[in-house]
Design a protein around this ligand. Sequence first.
Ligand code: PLP
Length: 396
Amino acid sequence: MFSKEMYALGAQPSVIREIFEYGKQRKAQIGAENVFDFSLGNPSVPAPPVVNETIKKLCDTMEPTMLHGYTSAIGDQGVRQAIADYLNRTHGTAFSAAEFYMTAGAAASLSITFKALSEQGDKIVLLAPFFPEYSVFAKSAGMEPVVVKCRESDLQFDFDALEEAFDENVKAIVVNSPNNPSGVVLSKESLLKLCAFLEQKQAQYGHPIFLISDEPYRELVYGDIQVPFLTKYYGHTIVCYSFSKSLSLPGDRIGYILVPKAADPTGEIYKAVCGAGRALGYVCAPSLFQFLVPACLGQTSDISIYQRNRDLLMEAFNEDGFSVAKPDGAFYLFLRSPEPDAAAFCEKAKQFELLLVPSDSFGFPGYVRISYCVATEMIERSLPAFRALAQSYGLC
Ligand code: PLP
């Protein structure tokens, strides 16, 4: 009568959503100011002024049938050219509009890319900790996810584990830096080593292995941190980008896929991307938000607020005795649970009205994710609760 697989996906809310819903109920019971909700990755810093100014200007000046009409299925040519020009200026690359496919955010970019690459029997390597929807998108595209944990010491790649996990059926690997859920930025050294590893595996198996770089947090880095642009280091790289986090536009659904010529000399993968977009119904990303993009390239929301939030929490966690992964980007902290069962730790945290997400669904048990894209003032008010939680485990 209906798909049991889809039913299971729909009927089972994600752990993050469940905690968020609990938070809403709890706020109604005891007052919003008494609940410290660190569950969702919904940017709290408003979009930069150029976003609303440009939307108003577009609404006032653009011909309505163009503003609200369909663009080409792959996205507007001028918009794609503007993105190519921006990346070329920023990274010294030489892309053209023809290498870009506009999408409704990173979720669409990833779903389309997985489906475009997938052939019977393919595997896709997911590096834990990872964004849980990867495995949903991969399975739905017919790929078998192979989870490989990063090193616990610094959450960089574990090459022994990668060596063990790889076989000739691996078609792709997903890299996400800065990372959700850990906030860790992969070092250039690790990435170069991964590129060399993949080159060697391609030679060994005699077929391309694609490096899919999921980059919604590329611009959200603090201090002097660089996020290498991977197409420069590995030919078979495909970039899945989104403006959801950098411009605080998650509800407006805009992003793109970059299929560089170097990854796709014959243009067949790009055509498969067009086909996957068509099959999934992801043609013509929202027009108004496509036309917004050229004015916003290189701009971000005020990320100094996230940096302040991170610093406040890190300072407190160091004093409280919690252990946290080195957080250079995104707006997440990955805190080691003081007891082996992270879900039990989250339940305990609830007693202090702290809403944290256990890391099991990120493929890396024993941690909790703290999403700090929240009001700084809520973080300040939450610090005594974190202190009391640490005391309850004898950490301080
Ligand atoms: N990839 C990662 C790592 C994410 O954290 C998210 C959203 O939180 C997505 C992809 C999906 O992004 P979008 O909202 O642009 O679809």
